[in-house]
Design a protein around this ligand. Structure first.
Ligand code: GTP
Ligand code: MG
Length: 203
């Protein structure tokens, strides 16, 4: 897919104020600092579309971007940010989970996992919750450029094994890097395929 247009639409904390659910939508989620905003920029080929930061906790709202005038990319705040207050964490839980459950045009959630680490409980639990809620998701392992492919492959294999305990079928996994653009084309291809079959829930 060629990205001809990518624009910021809105930032929200309330599901009721989100843009009209008439276009296919894809959300990026994962631990704070895993590289969600960076990967959105890499995929769209726009360096500053989503705001990135070395400090975790940069993205705080549900950020909608419209791509090629006919689908939405959504940048979400990260989970597992240790420095945030308990109140903030509870708020995150409430509004993100409400968004993921209720957004009727949400086609796929991309769960980002840092390819440099062993499987983390918080990521596995989040995947299980998506499974329980029957929310379709795929796994994007990030920051592949930061270490050897062998290490990435080992961590992916371990994550896959851990998920096997809960899932009969493991969702697709793509290894990515915002630096080298590894995997970006594959993610776009997947989105393109879903877009072809999208029927708007808004009549
Ligand atoms: P929050 O919004 O705080 O939850 O973080 P985020 O998941 O959106 O992460 P963000 O994209 O802001 O990236 C965090 C840091 O990791 C930044 O310093 C990025 O430059 C860096 N980073 C992200 N992706 C990659 C990657 O693929 N390779 C390398 N080398 N660095 C990356
Ligand atoms: Mg971010």
């Amino acid at each position: 897919m060629i990205i001809k247009q990518a624009e910021f639409v809105s930032s929200n904390t309330e599901v009721s104020k989100l843009p009209l659910a008439d276009k296919p939508e894809y959300a990026f989620i994962g631990r704070s600092n895993v590289g969600k905003s960076s990967l959105i920029n890499a995929i769209t080929g726009r360096k500053t579309l989503a705001k990135t930061s070395q400090k975790p906790g940069k993205t705080q709202l549900i950020n909608h971007f419209i791509i090629n005038t006919n689908w939405y990319l959504v940048d979400l705040p990260g989970y597992g940010f240790a420095q945030t207050s308990k109140k903030n964490r509870i708020e995150w839980e409430k509004f993100i989970r409400a968004y993921l459950r209720k957004r009727e045009n949400l086609q796929c959630v991309f769960v980002l996992i840092d390819s440099r680490h062993e499987p983390q409980k918080i990521d596995l639990e989040f995947c299980c919750w998506l499974g329980e809620e029957q929310i379709p998701f795929q796994l994007l392992f990030t920051k592949a450029d930061k270490h050897s492919m062998v290490k990435s492959d080992q961590h992916i294999a371990k994550f896959r094994k851990a998920l096997k305990v809960w899932f009969e079928e493991i969702p697709p996994i793509i290894l990515t890097s915002s630096e080298t653009k590894l995997g970006c084309e594959k993610v776009l291809q997947h989105i393109d395929e879903i877009n072809q079959n999208f029927i708007s829930p808004i009549v």
